[in-house]
Design a protein around this ligand. Sequence first.
Ligand code: PLP
Length: 397
Amino acid sequence: MPGFEVFGAEERKQVSDVLESGVLMRYGFDGMRNGHWKAKQFESAFAERMQTQHCQLVSSGTAALTVALASAGIGAGDEVIMPTFTFVASFESIMMLGAVPVLVDIDDTLTLDPEAVEAAITPKTKCVMPVHMCGSMADLNALQAICDKHDLILLEDACQALGGTYDGKPLGSIGDLGCFSFDFVKTITCGEGGAVITNNDQFKINADQYQDHGHDHIGNDRGAEGHPTLGYNFRISELNAAVGVAQLDKLEGILKLQKNNYETLRTALEAVNGVTFRRVPEGGEENYSFLNIFLPSAELTEKAHKALSEAGVDGCFYWYTNNWHYINGWEHLRNLKSLGNLPSEIKDQIQNLNQTDFSKSDAWMGRTLSFLIKLGWSTSELNDRVEKIKTTLRSVL
Ligand SMILES: *Cc1c(COP(=O)(O)O)cnc(C)c1O
C-alpha cells in the first residue's frame, strides 16, 4: 500500500516549486505564487482519475469523512450505519458532528453485511458508510439498493482501496460521496491529506465551504468573501498537496507492482490446505494492497500469526486483537470515554456496545489474517517471503 516507498525526486521538485514562491497556502496570493496551484491541480487530476465531477482536497482522511457527512447535511442525532471492522476515523468523524454511529456486522467480504445494514435502519438513519478495508470492497449493488429504497446517503470510505474498481468504476465514485486518505501509509501519500469526491454539485459547494470556515470562495479578496454557512478549518496545505501531485502520477505503477506481488503470494497460498480467501463481490477488482485470508479456526489463526511473527514475517496483521481496527479494541468507544461532555443525542441514542452481539463479525475476524503488500521487494525477497509464509502456515495447519 505505501506510496512512501516511491517518494523521490518528483515529489521534491513539486515541493520546491512551493518553497521557492513561499506561498504555503492553497488560496489567494495570486501574484506571488508563480502560477503554482498545487491543491487545485491535484483536485482536477484526481477527479478525472476517479471519473467524478468533483474533488475536494482536505487535511486528512478523517477530515474527508467529516466534511463529506457535513456536506450531505448530516448532523446531531442522525444515525450513520458503519461496520465493526474499520479504522477509528469512522466513528470519530460521525461523532464530531453530533451524529450517532450505528455499528453492524461484517460478512466474508470483511465489509458491511447488507442484511445487517437493512436490519439496523430506523427513522433516524441518514447514511450508510461502507468501508472498503484492506483493498477490497463492500457489495455496493446491494447497499445502493437499500439506500435507494430508504432514501439514504451512500458514503464510501475508500481510504484503503484507492485504485480498486466495482462494475468497472473506481471505488469511491459509486456512492453519493467517496472519501480517501493520503496519510503517510496509504496507497499514495501527501504526508497528511484526504479527499472527498462526488458528482453532486451541491455537496461539492457545501464541502468547499465547510472545509474553509464557510468561505464561499467568490471573488479574489479572501477577506471580503461571504460565509453562507458555519464551517471549520479542514484545509490542506499547499506543501502537502504538492507531494500528492507527484504521487498521483505514480499511482498506476504502484497498482501494477502491488498486483504482481499479491498474485505471487496468492498463487503460493492457494496450494496450502486450510487457507481460504476473502470474498470479493461479483464485479469487483481489489487494489491489491493486502492479501486477506481465512484459516479454519480462531485458535489456529492466532497460532499462525504468532508463528509468522517468530519466523520474521513483518506486515502480517491479526486485526481481531489489534486495537486499532476492530471493535474488540475500542474500549474508549464502548465506554464513551471523552474529554468533555458528549452531545446528548449521542449519549441517548448510541447502542450499548458492551452488550451488542457481534458474534457474526467475531466469526470472520477471528479467522482473518492480512498480509500487507509492499512495492520494494526484489524478486528474491518476494520469493523468500512467500516460501517462509507457506512453510509457516503448513507447520501450523
Ligand atoms: C487511514 C484511514 C482513514 C483516515 O485517514 P487519515 O488520513 O489517517 O485521517 C479513514 N478510514 C480508513 C479506512 C483508513 O484506513
